[in-house]
Write a protein that binds this ligand. Sequence first.
Ligand SMILES: Cc1cc2nc3c(=O)[nH]c(=O)nc-3n(C[C@H](O)[C@H](O)[C@H](O)COP(=O)(O)OP(=O)(O)OC[C@H]3O[C@@H](n4cnc5c(N)ncnc54)[C@H](O)[C@@H]3O)c2cc1C
Length: 499
Amino acid sequence: MFWLRRDLRLGDNPALTTAVALARERGGSLLPAFVPEPQARPQRAPGGAARWWLWHSLGALDGELRRRGSRLALGRGDPAVALPGLAHAAGAGTVVWAAGLEPGELADDEAVARALAGSGVEAVIVPSAGLLFDPTAIRTREGRPYTVFTPFWRACLNGPAPAAALPAPEALPAAPPEPAGLALDELAAETRIPWAAGFDGLWRPGEAGARAGLSRLLRGPLAAYAEMRDRPDLEGTSRLSPHLHWGELSARQVWHAVAGQVAEAGFDLEAAVAPSASDGEGAPSLRRSAGAFLRQLGWRELSSHLLQHFPQMPARPLRDRFAVFPWRDDPVALEAWRRGLTGYPLVDAGMRELWTTGWMHNRARLVAASFLVKHLLLPWQTGEEWFRETLVDADLANNALGWQWVAGCGADAAPYFRIFNPVTQGRRHDPEGAYVRRWVPEIAGLPAAHIHAPWLAPGTVLTAAGVTPGESYPAPIVEHGEARSRALAAYDVVRHAPR
Ligand SMILES: Cc1cc2nc3c(=O)[nH]c(=O)nc-3n(C[C@H](O)[C@H](O)[C@H](O)COP(=O)(O)OP(=O)(O)OC[C@H]3O[C@@H](n4cnc5c(N)ncnc54)[C@H](O)[C@@H]3O)c2cc1C
């Protein structure tokens, strides 16, 4: 049996390659199996939008398997119970899988191996290809985990280069005759969410969709990524995050594809990725852009590294002093934020993009998250939870890193006193207001000069655009200057807390 987890692909899948080789060697069959994370396991179970993605991805995977003479079996419940059950039903003597990357997955590795051993089934755990570098092998000179990005990334780059990606097996050993495991549609009802209408047609979950996304990156955004990545009004980033989260594409497949493009253009990859060199003004755009893009994969590596070493990261601030932060409790403001009705157009555009598409541009994530934590003084964990429920790319490590970074309580975090002004952020990163017009149509008639602060527009401009602040679009739920002072006062409590 081959147990798939967040590695829903056939290409560059070392555990699959091992499972196929073992099955062939022993003249046996091979049953690929997936066990959805039980909803009863808080934090680990995927949120609604991620479940939508997962189900479509499993459908695509089953199709790929069937084309190669196999099929996907599904188990239900705790994997330590479901997998021995499936193995028994299928008559499997060995179960192969990729080692977990999150603390909960690592705990499952042990529990499943123990349960299998108890029923006389062999467990073969293969190192995961989910990351570029082995995050457990990277340590500071003192043997501690890294907490700051630049030295972490330098240490990654100084180690062995990411291994070459493995090809997908062309054919697979046959699966044992049905019925072992549930069929996909037997669990489909659990994955329906009422707000996914906008996801269809926008995303293509599964390995083929992931490969198409990678080709789009190479043909389009990569060349100008460094200049465009902060512009939510443009399609300047890869949008590969849900594919990477579910492992429909391995990070090293992405790495080698980008490296190939850099080499083809005659640039040196090492110079592109070096922390200091790649952003240098005057460097050729592709080289700078490839370096900036690969560095984002580096942040993904860091978040995984941090989560492994600080498993409490999704729930508790990494900086202990933040435990005394005077958070507010304001359900009305929280709901306004969730629904994109704060009266700050860039924040609202981001939150509505999230609800409608299951994804939000990184710049909008930064500004919307900062607004929740600093303008509204609501706990970052409430935002982390909402993102976990609504993002198709919801990822325990990346989401926790993002929120702790914004809240200033993370390892390598934004200083708390640096408070984004959503109006100036809007003017800088959405200069024509196209992003806001798309997601906040009730103010689409405003000219670019006023679209990020409708309450400051002259009456004649508002009338011409058909906008009535406070009626057709909310007035700001907090005033920026006041919110800023309140946030700084709250931060003082942390600063003066005993170490
Ligand atoms: C508050 C907050 C919450 C976030 N939650 C998530 C989350 O749940 N899942 C998630 O994948 N990303 C999260 N991010 C990081 C980032 O916003 C997304 O990875 C990115 O916007 C995805 O778009 P893309 O694929 O076009 O990224 P690109 O810019 O094309 O980057 C390529 C890949 O690098 C990785 N990456 C990029 N930025 C980051 C980052 N800052 N940290 C870690 N990895 C990164 C992603 O895998 C991404 O697909 C969060 C950021 C913030 C500020």
